[in-house]
Every structure is written in C-alpha cells, then in structure tokens.
Design a binder for this molecule. Sequence first.
Ligand code: TPP
Ligand code: MG
Length: 804
Amino acid sequence: MNATSRFDTAELSFDDFKKIVINDYRIGYESRQASLLGRREVLTGKAKFGIFGDGKEVAQLAMAKAFKVGDWRAGYYRDQTFMFATGMSNLKEFFAQLYANPDIEKDPASAGRQMNCHYATRFANPDGTWVNQAESMNCSSDISTTGGQMPRLLGLAYASKLYRENKELEYLKQFSVNGNEVAFGTIGNGSTSEGLFFETFNAAGVLQVPMAISIWDDAYAISVPGELQTTKGDISEILKGFQREDGTNGYEIFKVRGWDYPALCETYERAISLCRSEHVPVLIHVTEMTQPQGHSTSGSHERYKSKERLEWENEHDCLLQMRKWMVESAIATDEQMDEIEAKAKQHVRDCQREAWNELANEIKAELSEAAKLIEDLAQSVRDQEILDIAAGLRSCTDPTRRDVVNSVRKALRMSIKSDSDERMYLSHWLTEQNEKNKERFNSKLFTNTPQSPLHVPVVKARYNADSRLIDGREVLNACFDANFARDKSIVAFGEDVGAIGDVNQGFAGLQNKYGNLRISDTGIREATIIGQGLGLSMRGLRPIAEIQYLDYLIYAMPVLSDDLASLSYRTRGGQKAPMIIRTRGHRLEGIWHSGSPMGMLLNSLRGVHICVPRDMTQAAGMYNTLLRGDEPALVIESLNGYRLKEKLPVNVGEFTVPLGKAEIMKEGTDITVVSYGSTLRIVMEAIPELEEMGVNIEVIDPQTLYPFDLDGVCGTSLKKTNKLLVIDEDLPGGGSAYILQKILEQQKGYYYLDAQPRTLTGHEHRPPYGSDGDYFSKPSVDDVIETVYSMMSEANPAKFPPIY
Ligand SMILES: Cc1ncc(C[n+]2csc(CCOP(=O)(O)OP(=O)(O)O)c2C)c(N)n1
Ligand SMILES: [Mg+2]
C-alpha cells in the first residue's frame, strides 16, 4: 500500500482499518523524516534552502483521503505529506527538487526551477495536448508568494460549476465528470491576512463553487504570532458571517485540531462530500498545528517562541499524538510502532541517497569529460595554469554545473591565442553544453508547442461590396459572437460584462444569446477575475477575463505576474493557461482612466503576450488568433476608439492577425516613427502638416509589443531613413525604452543611425483630468510634428530652420 486509503468500504474489518491507519502513520512518519533529513542537507550545504511540512502531517493524511481522481489542489509549501499520501509526489522527487535537479523526470513539478516543496503535476503534454484530467489527480503549480494560490483556486473550483451546469460542455470529457471535482486549497494562518485570501473567500461564497480551503494554523507566520495577524486571533471565528443559513448562500465552516487523527478524518469526509455533491464552498480551519523545526532553514524559532510554547509544541506534535492514539486504541503496539519508524527512516535515507546520486553522477560525468578536454588543451598549449584549472575542477567536492562550465570558460579565455584542435574540441563541447543548459534553465517561458498562437495560420480580413462601416465596438461584438458560436468552451466575465455587455458594449446582447454561464458579471475584484480565468483555462475552458480599464490591472498584477506569467516557465511546460485578458486603456480622462503603463506590464509579464491593437478590427483579428492558440495574452483596446467607424470584415470571426508582425502604416524616407495604440492615430494626423513642411515620415505599428516585430521591420526601415523616433504615452523610459532596446540592440538598428534616436512620451506623472490635462501631459499632434521637425532640423538646419 502506498497512497492513503479511504475508510468508506462497506464492510471494513478492524484488521483492514488497522492496516489503513498504520499505512497512514508510515506516510506521515516518512514525510517527517524527509523534513528532518532535508533540513540537514541544507545545513551541510548540499541544498540551498529548505522549507518543510513538519507538524502538518496528520491533517494532510485526512485531506488526502477525501481527495479523489479528477480533483484539484492549489496550495503552498507545507503540503508534502498530502502530496505523498495522494501519490501525486514521492520521496525521491522531494529530494530531487531539494537538490534542484533540472530533469523533468526527476522533478516533474518544476524541473529544479522551484524551491523545494513547490508542487505541480504535469497536465500539458510536450506536443501541447492535454492530459486526461478527469482520470488523474491534479495539482496546480505552487508559487512562493503567500496567498497567491487563492485566486487560481477560485477558477479551478468555478470550472466544476460550469462543467456541471452548462450541459453544452459535456463533450469535454477529459476535463470533468459532471463537475464533481473539488478544488482543494491550502493556506497558512498568517497568509489569510492577505487581500487575495479575503477576495477569493468572498467571491467563492457568491459563486457557490466546490472549493475546500484548509487553513494550516500553527499560530505563527515566521515570527509574527496569530494575534498580530488576525482580528480576535482566530480566522474561523471572524469568518463566521460567511456561514450559510437557511435560504442564503455562503460556506460550511469546520474547525478541528491538527493532531486529532480520527476527528480530522471524520471532518474531511463530511466537509468534502457536502462540497462535492452540493457545490457548497467549505472552510476547514485546522488549529493547534506545530513547526518542529521552525519556519524554514533560514533561522531558528527559539528566537521568538517562548519556552512554554516550544514545550507545548513538543507535546502536541501531531505524529506523537497519532502514535499515542494508535497504541491506546490497540492498532499497534509500541514495538510495532518502533519498527515502522525504523523502516521508514531507512527508506527515506535510501530515497535521499538515490536522488542525490542521480544528479551527482550526471554532473560527475560532465565534469570528467570537461576536465579531460581541459587537460588535453593544457598539454597542447603547454600551460600549467590551465592544467591547474582541470585539477581544481577534479578536486571539487559536490561539484555543480556552474563549476564545470566556469572552468571550461576560464580555460578557453586563457588560451585565446591558440588555434589548436584541442581548443576547438573544448569549445565545441561548451557549445553543446550551452544548448543543454539553455534547455535546462532558460526554456519554456511560453509553451512553444504546435498549438502556440505563433503557429495559427494567417487568414486575411475579407471585405465585399456590402461591407458596412460601423462602430468599432460593433466589429468586436460581431467577432465575439462568431467565436462564441464556434467554440462552446469560450466564456467571458468581468465587471459589467454580463447584463450590459461591458461598459463599451463589446459583449452587448451576447448574454441573452449564450446564457449567463458563458457571459457573466462579477464583483469588483480584479485579482480574482484573473484567478477565475487562470483556473478555468487550466481546466480546458477558454476564458476571456475582462478588466474594465487598464489602470485597474494594477490590482491584478500579483496574479498576472507571479502566477500566470511564470506558469509555463516554472513547470518547464508541464502546465499551461491559455487565457485572454481583455482590457482597454491609453487616453481618456483623469488620473485613473488614461494610463498607459506599458513599461510596467512589459517588465512584469514576460510569459504573457501583450497586444496593443490600433483599432477594433485589429483587436478582433488578434482575438481570433489567440482563441485558436494555447498561450496567455493581454489585449489592450484603445479606449477612445469604440465609436470610430470601421469596415466590418465578412470573415469577422475567422480572420487572424499574427502576433509579432509589425505593419508599415505609411511609407516614407526621412524618419522611422514607431508608435502603437491610441497614439498611433495622433501620429497619422500629423502626417499632412509634416508633408507640407517637407518631411516624409515612415510610420510603423508593431501591433504587439510582446512579441515585438519578429521580422525586424523597424530595423529594416532604419536602413532607409537612418533616423528613429519612438512615440507612446507611457512614462519616459517606459514602453519606449523597451522598444529602443528591441530596435537598436536586438535588430541592430544602431548601425544605421545618423542622428540621436529619440522618444516622445507622456510626462512622468499621470495625466490630469480634462482636455488641457491631456494636452499638457500626453503627446499631442503639435508635439509629434515638432519633435519630428526638430530631428530634421538638427540634421539639416539650413533646410529646416528651427521653429523656436
Ligand atoms: C507575498 C509574500 N509576503 C511575504 C512572504 C515571506 N514569507 C514566506 S512564508 C511567510 C509566513 C507565512 O506564514 P503562514 O501563512 O502562517 O504559513 P506557515 O509558514 O506558518 O505555514 C512569510 C511572511 C512571501 N513569501 N510572500
Ligand atoms: Mg503559520
């Protein structure tokens, strides 16, 4: 018996019961030994950092009993026992991750990328197809930021609701069986102070989703005690208002002690079966937990816990209490328990050694290859210092790949002037290793599978004689309508998205047509709107999560940056979330309705495509692309463009705008002007006056900032104009600095310049309210004309005398 078993067999004999309990204890005890040994490995320098689940074992055994195939977990770094007890992880993987083994086979959760005890199962195949989630146990990938798992948890639970209530989704059999799946969340007592926890908690109560939150309450958050974290020092006490009553929605709330095995098993059984069958969210507040080794390897808890508290923790150690109960209940004798423990200890040691040796042997093999090649080089150039490098490398205790590669690079530097074959062999070896290490440490920021939106075929927009000029928002509306009809897995939600079809009418009429399970209103809760989308997209649905204005995206940044953007990378492609974030921004009115913080987004969302369509037709084409690909993307529509007239393409739900393709909006010879979004229109308005002044600009719209102009259209344009002006309405050094780096460095535009590259941006503050506020804070037509002209004047003052 490996994983835990339930007590729900109809005729459970006392013998069977004993076996199950003993097996549970073994799992818990092995987990404890792994924590103890893991800490030792850090202290002796074999691993960098350790955080463990000691003191939380027994509750997790109980939780694992209630966890079924098809279910989901979104938790945090204390859950190793749960992972072992469900079979979603094991001891060898535990140590492989502790040692940062970059092999997916050894650490399937993160390929060595995450700190230890950050769990995940792999549900995206290398070819981009999905694993059958209905037939597996599923664990969404942990993140280190406390409380960050909560918004995603909401989405995972909400998917079950959609699968149960929307019968049109029955064809998606690999994701759900009638929405019976419970999403299990875990969080520390201290982390419930986070806004993300409260936002999630409230949203799930409104939505009535099968979400089961367990709070592991050890009365501390590192050194800060519960009374300084939580009102009344008791989280379930203050959440009592969420308790459902006759005729209301809400929660069922349970409170149970973390060392009481029978009570825990009984509580989880009751709580989860209610949650599963009726889709009622439940809270299980597990109190009186301990931390036998303190918070992590970073410091000792003796610094901040009183002697009395430490004594109390020793006495209430959950495994000690479980053992006591087992002996008292005649489940096992003390001798039997000693034997179980001794065996478990040995087994953990064996797993640890194997995990260590597997990585160490691989590195040792690389090391001896490298050392031999360096020695050959040293002999060929007769250099003792190079020979010393090889000797130094060979004498490394517990060598790392860094040691190996560092020695090779050093030897190559020291032999720059040699052209011996040996140097070439060493150099080739390094090139090969670089490729492998790139795969190990730098790959999979995006899924990069055949399903990537970058591989969606380009279909041009078609128009015919009847093609009408309509409001931009109507083009979008027609695009969404066509996609909702085509793909039943698409859902859209956000503030004011349902009944009124969003504040700018992009979804107008679609709730009536497709129902409120597919197009729905949410509360004002940006972080969990994103979490809702993230969880849904992990479970095979195609969410468009709407954030009302770009400026409000800041409230969702923790989820976007920590969770969504890093998902593919931190699982090395094992998980994916093809969600679309729809928002609108750039200029309108006032400090919180005219932002264009593209630099902020570009700097924090690597891993999410960023699309900045200039009009609604381009936006529609991008949605068509993204809805057919499997990577996450943010689409920022131009807030002031919904009522501008555009021609409705005949194939409005089919044509695609490829990502990373810049478009030359106007050809010219004098200056390359790169701009996007709302500002692009201002640049276009400046053209006639500039032409009158004798200046012929080339205007390029990159269309997507990330990826940026993959064909180097901007760089090529510079070969002709030799002058570059980047215009946007972000702060100075924001989005424009990013664009300069792309064009000047990556596309090598620097070599074609004959004038200083310039940027024209918004001011350093947010724009004040009103037309004058806009004029004096954001680039205007006047600014564009005069900046372009001044660049011409600088180059040729005789022909272009200065204006001022
Ligand atoms: C957003 C964020 N803030 C702070 C931290 C640093 N930190 C890591 S664990 C921790 C304490 C968490 O305590 P609790 O939620 O009670 O969980 P426990 O470790 O006690 O199980 C803190 C402050 C973090 N990882 N993320
Ligand atoms: Mg705690």
